[in-house]
Design a protein around this ligand. Structure first.
Ligand code: GNR
Ligand code: NI
Length: 170
């Protein structure tokens, strides 16, 4: 088990489309163990493989409130197949854009299909925070970030800040 480094913007890998998993094998399961370790360590409530530089369609999520009541979800090749008409607003953050939070509007509920860590087809109906996180994570697999839903001014301001930081660090 390894806690992996989380990429931050403007790393270009965060803008790439991740490839589907063709076989849920031990290599994939090892990566999933690392994703959970990295997510819990951060701490975060979701993590996409691309955030540790692996361009595969794999997500882990745990929105449990208490650390000793874990509710880990592994979603491989997730597809959102239905959205509620109702819109919800949540303050969102992203481990790839540390310490930045803004409200984002998204469908309040969604239905997602995916393969679990045994490769079994599953379907999950989500609402509340879980629905927000599922949509946020599936966006990562398509190279999309929550700042893409904000005004251009806000998005450019935060992107510039992180670009400057990355230049200073290099
Ligand atoms: O830890 C996270 N919290 C969070 C809060 C509101 C909406 C989405 C998220 S996901 C984020 C972790 C992350 O960046 N996942 O990609
Ligand atoms: Ni994120």
């Amino acid at each position: 088990m390894t806690i992996r480094e989380i990429l931050t913007i403007p790393d270009p890998r965060l803008r790439k489309v991740s490839a589907p998993v063709t076989q849920v094998d031990d290599g994939v399961r090892e990566l999933i163990v690392d994703l959970f370790a990295t997510m819990y360590d951060a701490p975060g409530i979701g993590l996409a493989a691309v955030q540790v530089g692996v361009l595969r369609r794999i997500l882990v999520i745990d929105v449990a409130k208490e650390p000793d009541e874990k509710e880990p979800h592994t979603l491989i090749n997730p597809e959102i197949v239905a959205w509620s008409d109702e819109i919800g607003v949540h303050e969102e953050g992203c481990l790839s854009i540390p310490d930045y939070f803004e409200e984002v509007e998204r469908p309040a509920g969604c239905t997602v299909t995916y393969l679990d860590r045994e490769g079994k087809r599953c379907e999950m109906e989500c609402e509340g925070l879980l629905a927000t996180v599922v949509q946020h994570e599936v966006d990562h697999l398509d190279g999309k970030l929550f700042i893409d839903y904000l005004s251009r001014l806000k998005r450019e301001r935060i992107t510039k800040k992180f670009t400057k930081q990355a230049k200073r660090a290099s």
